[in-house]
Design a protein around this ligand. Sequence first.
Ligand code: GDP
Length: 534
Amino acid sequence: MLDRTSNQPVLPPEIDRRRTFAIISHPDAGKTTLTEKFLLYGGAIQMAGQVRAKGEARRTRSDFMQMEKDRGISVSASAMSFEFRDYWFNLVDTPGHSDFSEDTYRTLTAVDAAIMVIDGAKGVESQTQKLFEVCRMRDMPILTFCNKMDRESRETFDIIDEIQENLAIDVSPASWPIGVGREFMGCYDLLNDRLELMDRADRNVVSESVKISGLDDPKLAEHVPPHLLEKLLEEVEMARELLPALDHQAFLDGTMTPIWFGSAINSFGVQELMDGIGNFGPKPQVRPAAERQVSPDEKKVSGFVFKVQANMDPKHRDRIAFVRLCSGHFKRGMKLTHVRTKKPMAIASPMLFLASDRELAEEAWAGDIIGIPNHGQLRIGDALTEGEALHFAGIPSFAPELLQSVRATDPMKAKHLDKALNQFAEEGAAKLFKPAIGAGWIVGVVGALQFEVLASRIELEYGIPVRFEPSQFTSARWLNGPQDKLDRFINVNKGHIAYDHDGDPVFMTRLQWDIDRVERDYPDLKLTSTKEML
Ligand code: GDP
């Protein structure tokens, strides 16, 4: 059934109140701090800082990996669910390090919206821009949080202009900062005509909120010193003239972003942002599958795996597949069809990640992220349904930009290395290629840091010291085309052929020239740098 005014399906209340989103930002902009405050207001943790304080080792409770403890980077993405006012939030964590990774892309396929966090002094940085472009490909709604306003920041108009120009999106201020740096005292809430005053003394105190009848309310002068008030009135007048008012539909279409100013570490502006996600949405969205559109209000359950994480518990070799539910009301114990293998799977111990703990999920709804422990049956891109063969679209696999060969420094352990590599390929942490000629493996990644991460994980989780070495190839392209043409090509180019983890052939080379030549000489073949994981 469609709602006549919005043309969106009318959702059952439990689905209607769900908000599934991710935070995109450049490292150091304040994503971790903001996440902590979300959890604080979501009642999931007692006091912000606790997350970090429990041994410098722990950044947030969503971080499980030893690597992160060692290096203070977030290597794995996971999910956190919490309630806030009438809403149920699912926050999917994106890896934080600056190395570009596929994981992040896939994480973004599982959410309906993103919060873009920028540092008020630095504006739009490179990683933010990259991630923004990914969101844009799906016209995803974006809410912006300009952080660290308690420090020297740029002029408010400069920040907004930079976002509008660099990201080609309309920006509508939801709040306006009063003072900057040491003088920063809070914001004028443009949506609710309220004055929000920051408490500098206690970082965990929620800001004081003063209801104001408008910018001409004499109450303003009681709280804001004259020179700041004058600037505020002038700027807001200009902003109202020059900047667009918030247009809900434009926000949902991804062409306009509301911006809040605040200071995550001072718990300032965070609740207003959370109210924004709650009030403006979006709710769980319709998902495209190869066969048809899947609406969240459909009775039958469906979902797809967007991430696989292994060794969350070092004592077990179990993997957890993170599933975004696309439709229906899921109940524990349900038998779902694993579409790729057409086999039934009883989902006996699904998990919800409630920030502080993992918990058995007795039920879950469209929009939710659940974790399903399994022994490797579930791979990225796999669909689970109540029988229908659905293939959810848009979960990309990228051709790696860096290739290296790998070997165990102890030859006796070579066999175990196969197992470890296969597991990481399943997780999507690396691409694994078996050359058609010769022994060994070629590992492909998108960012250089990933080799290091892999080497230490293989040593840590499997006890196998390994060495990565330059491979003779630098590029890989998937090959597609009529089977006979493909076979003939493979036969005469054996030295350049390898097979990926799914057994699909790839063409490997050092030279772009080679790729161009193949495309010219074999017009029936298609060389692609992405493969949709169907
Ligand atoms: P992430 O790399 O994006 O996760 O950033 P973090 O949340 O770890 O923050 C990076 C640094 O900025 C940390 O030292 C934080 O304490 C600091 N920080 C975060 N929010 C604020 C803020 O509102 N004001 C100030 N002054 N520092 C902040």
